[in-house]
Design a protein around this ligand. Structure first.
Ligand code: AP5
Length: 217
């Protein structure tokens, strides 16, 4: 059977990461987040991490050629043979076309694109209240709090806030999304792959709608 690739689309803070992790687990697929890959590189002080940091801290996109090369390498690993849930990629029309080419070479194609819709004012509140564990688990001080304040439920590590979650950087990330990523809504709608999901619902209800959308696809 051809591998299954799902593209999670939505603005910063829509809940892509929260949902993609669970979906990948349920479907036994790998979760590939370009944001996480850049942050891992940064933690390991690689050349790619140092380059990406200049863009990420300003809320800008990392150049397409660098991002596509990183994804190409990630998808070529054996754990992606069955497919993956892509989170944060593609983010520009050029990246979407590169992904189509890449998957065609693997004898596959994008299966479905859940688009998590959330208005801008909600996004700012979501991101300013977000807390992360060093291993990438995502919390929110109001909507998804850890059992003990600022401590990860699973491994007890100290939670932190992302550098690019400052309100002024968040607002710029939303502008960048509207300018550079939102054209992908039409791109995937034209291909009949887009499924809109109301991201203002609770995490559980978004999960339910997402599961339904993926099952139907
Ligand atoms: P990345 O890490 O991908 O950030 P993003 O797309 O901006 O998305 P976020 O991780 O901020 O939000 P999310 O939608 O995953 O929401 P989450 O689930 O955490 O990218 C960071 C940077 O890396 C980019 O700015 C860019 O520089 C670079 N980059 C990455 N990919 C790139 C690419 N392809 N090309 C070029 N550059 C790239 O949820 C947010 C909060 O809300 C959490 O606190 C969560 O608990 C809470 N929450 C989630 N769902 C709900 C709900 N239903 N109700 C209430 N609260 C909720």
């Amino acid at each position: 059977m051809a591998p299954t690739f799902i593209v999670m689309l939505g603005p910063p803070g829509a809940g892509k990461g929260t949902q993609a992790k669970q979906l990948a687990q349920r479907m036994n697929l790998v979760h590939v987040s370009t944001g996480d890959l850049f942050r891992d590189n940064l933690k390991n002080e690689t050349e790619l991490g140092v380059l990406a940091q200049q863009y990420m801290n300003k809320g800008e996109l990392v150049p397409d050629d660098v991002t596509v090369r990183m994804v190409e390498e990630r998808l070529s690993r054996p754990d992606c043979e069955e497919g993956a849930v892509l989170d944060g990629f593609p983010r520009t029309p050029a990246q979407a076309e590169a992904l189509d080419d890449l998957l065609a070479e693997m004898g596959s194609a994008v299966k479905v694109v859940p688009y998590i819709k959330v208005p801008d004012d909600v996004l700012v509140e979501r991101l300013s209240g977000r807390w992360m564990s060093p291993s990438g688990r995502v919390y929110h001080e109001k909507y998804n709090p850890p059992k003990v304040k600022w401590i990860d439920d699973i491994d007890g590590s100290q939670l932190y806030q992302r550098e690019d979650d400052k309100p002024e950087t968040v607002r710029h990330r939303i502008e960048v999304y509207n300018e550079q990523t939102s054209p992908l809504i039409a791109y995937y709608r034209d291909k009949g792959l887009l499924v809109e999901i109301d991201g203002t619902q609770s995490i559980e209800l978004v999960t339910e709608d997402l599961t339904k959308a993926v099952e139907e696809a």
